[in-house]
Write a protein that binds this ligand. Structure first.
Ligand code: B1M
Length: 209
């Protein structure tokens, strides 16, 4: 079994203690960090499908998430920004009612590696907290909202509305997450949408210009 497949199997099995070492071994074997990352993203899809099929439950989903997060910690320095000048500040968070943070963390890592100073508000972020953050931070160019649940997608709309009503300007809002589409993003007045972490970074750079 290739090391990436071993990483994937251990993420799916929720073996958080084994994954970092296997990620190191996969790197040592010559695999690119992005390929190892993609392997772990694919594993989370498998876990989600098993959950949908009733073959796996919330605790196992949580263990798989922890295992992936440990693997991402090993890869994070490899995606670090090498540039010295900043493109501005990016505020990021998962919207209110939603506790999923793996995708948000990957998006944060990629936007950060594109040259932004990241302010990560975490998960379950209310519209008011996003507004507070654009007021409290200097040189905010991007606000990035992540959401994984169809049930809390409306909070994304409320966040965009609250940001517009705040009167603070000079930044753009991008949204994304599995249930979010370009059409939905446009319908709630967001300035941009990205389907994955890499394109979120590209979109952030484009909008911050
Ligand atoms: Co949850 N969960 N979960 N879960 N979970 C999903 C999302 C689900 C699709 C599973 C399923 O049913 N197949 C389903 C949502 C259904 C729906 O609404 N359509 C679901 C459910 C139902 C739930 C609970 C309600 C379950 C319950 O309690 N009965 C509950 C809700 C809790 C809450 O949030 N209030 C719940 C809980 C959890 C755990 C806590 C156990 C755990 C999360 C742990 C954590 O994040 N720390 C968890 C997990 C792990 C998942 C799955 C299996 C994996 C999510 C993940 O990390 N994917 C997920 C199934 C799936 O996704 N197939 C599922 C990997 C990650 C890299 O992908 O987050 O999509 P993703 O991010 C991508 C893109 O979406 C995009 O880029 C990322 C990287 O390329 N992206 C952006 C994300 N944000 C972006 C922002 C951008 C741009 C792109 O711009 C700003």
């Amino acid at each position: 079994m290739s090391k990436i497949n071993e990483v994937k199997a251990m993420v799916e099995a929720g073996k958080a203690k084994l994954v970092p070492g296997l990620v190191q071994e996969a790197l040592a074997e010559g695999n690119a960090a992005k390929d190892i990352l993609q392997g772990m993203v694919d594993s989370m899809r498998v876990v989600g499908d098993l959950f949908s099929a009733g073959e796996l439950f919330v605790p196992e989903m949580l263990m798989a998430a922890k295992a992936m997060s440990k693997g991402v910690e090993v890869l994070k320095p490899l995606f670090a920004d090498q540039s010295t000048s900043s493109l501005g500040t990016c505020i990021i968070g998962t919207v209110e009612g939603d506790l999923h943070d793996i995708g948000k963390n990957l998006v944060s890592m990629m936007i950060g590696s594109a040259g932004f100073d990241m302010v990560d508000l975490g998960v379950d972020v209310t519209p008011a907290k996003f507004v507070e953050a654009v007021k409290d931070n200097e040189n905010v160019k991007i606000v990035a909202c992540s959401g994984l649940l169809t049930t809390t997608m409306t909070k994304m709309q409320e966040t965009v509305q609250a940001l517009k009503a705040s009167g603070v300007t000079g930044y753009k809002v991008i949204v994304g997450g599995a249930p979010v589409s370009a059409e939905y993003a446009a319908s709630i007045g967001a300035d941009g949408f990205a389907p994955d972490a890499g394109s979120a970074a590209v979109k952030a750079v484009e909008l911050a210009k």
